[in-house]
Design a protein around this ligand. Structure first.
Ligand code: C2E
Ligand code: MG
Ligand code: MG
Ligand code: MG
Length: 279
């Protein structure tokens, strides 16, 4: 009967919620120990300069080498780490690791930068300025080789406080970019106030670029606006040649996506750089 079906659906839903809650709890407990046990690893995805075809840098993307679950993607644990506050020490660890690795690439003769994702909580809680200075100092990486990726959600809350912090980061000489641009609330006045250097066009627009007119219009508008404000643009989620061609014709500065390379362990990225230099 309909009543029974309703009851079954309800039970199924309860069980699933329960399983999700248990999964969430177990990940949260494991997360706390994972940092001490050295289970996190940073992968790097190349960012290519459109005009020269050269590797301009790489985005640092964290993964968790879980002893039982294998390689866990950030989508499964970053929000849990944010809820528990663990994102602050985890983000700091990623920052140090990325600076250390990038200093190595530059010492080997590759002039490339590294981009690190920042969570809103790192901005609010941690002493970001000191962390960034320490990571640069300890690794020997030049400040201009480090890019910090902010999200629009960081910029809209507690604006005065955030603005002061952004200014101090600027003073160090690092680059600032806005990640997933177009999905949040950024207005033109924010871009001007925060003096960011670069916009990362969200992959949801990039991946639909050749299929949906609205996405194409948004990408075109972002690139044109960025150019008139003297900001650089990078498109992420570039998966095919057709999309690359459209982005090139519109004057997008850099690309990042599976078309060129997936995120990879640091050893593979070092080989990738060496191979590209040889050809
Ligand atoms: P994000 O910063 O926007 O990073 C780009 C994501 O898009 C990465 O997923 C990357 O693997 C994926 N991607 C790149 N090119 C393509 C493509 O052509 N096609 C498709 N389908 N995907 C592509 P990933 O590594 O799973 O990271 C997901 C998100 O987790 C990141 O999105 C970022 O928001 C967060 N994240 C990763 N590492 C960190 C970190 O160290 N700290 C913080 N706070 N967040 C991080
Ligand atoms: Mg990012
Ligand atoms: Mg992004
Ligand atoms: Mg994203």
């Amino acid at each position: 009967s309909a009543k029974e079906a309703g009851r079954n659906t309800h039970r199924f839903f309860d069980e699933r919620m329960n399983a999700d809650a248990i999964e969430h709890l177990s990940l949260r407990n494991d997360l706390r120990r994972a940092l001490e046990r050295g289970e996190f690893v940073v992968y790097y995805q190349p960012q290519l300069d459109m005009a020269s075809g050269q590797v301009a840098g790489a985005e640092a993307l964290v993964r968790w080498r879980h002893p039982e679950r294998g390689l866990v993607p950030p989508g499964s644990f970053i929000s849990i780490a944010e809820d528990s506050g663990l994102i602050v020490p985890l983000g700091e660890w990623v920052l140090h690791q990325a600076c250390h690795d990038a200093a190595g690439w530059n010492a080997a003769g590759h002039q490339v930068g590294v981009a690190v994702n920042l969570s809103a909580l790192q901005f609010k809680r941690g002493n970001l300025e000191d962390s960034v200075r320490a990571a640069l100092h300890q690794s020997g990486l030049g400040a201009h080789r480090l890019e910090l990726e902010l999200t629009e959600s960081i910029l809209i809350k507690d604006t005065e406080n955030v603005l002061a912090k952004v200014r101090r980061l600027h003073a160090i000489g690092v680059e600032l970019s806005i990640d997933d641009f177009g999905t949040g609330y950024s207005s033109l006045s924010y871009l001007q106030r925060f003096q960011v250097d670069k916009l990362k066009i969200d992959q949801s627009f990039v991946r639909a670029l050749t299929r949906e007119q609205d996405s194409a219009a948004i990408v075109t508008a972002v690139i044109q606006m960025a150019r008139s404000l003297n900001l650089r643009t990078i498109a992420e989620g570039v998966e095919d040649e057709e999309t690359l061609a459209v982005l090139r014709s519109q004057g997008c500065d850099q690309v990042q996506g599976f078309l060129h390379a997936r995120p990879m362990p640091v050893e593979d990225f070092r080989e990738y750089l060496a191979r590209r230099d040889a050809t």
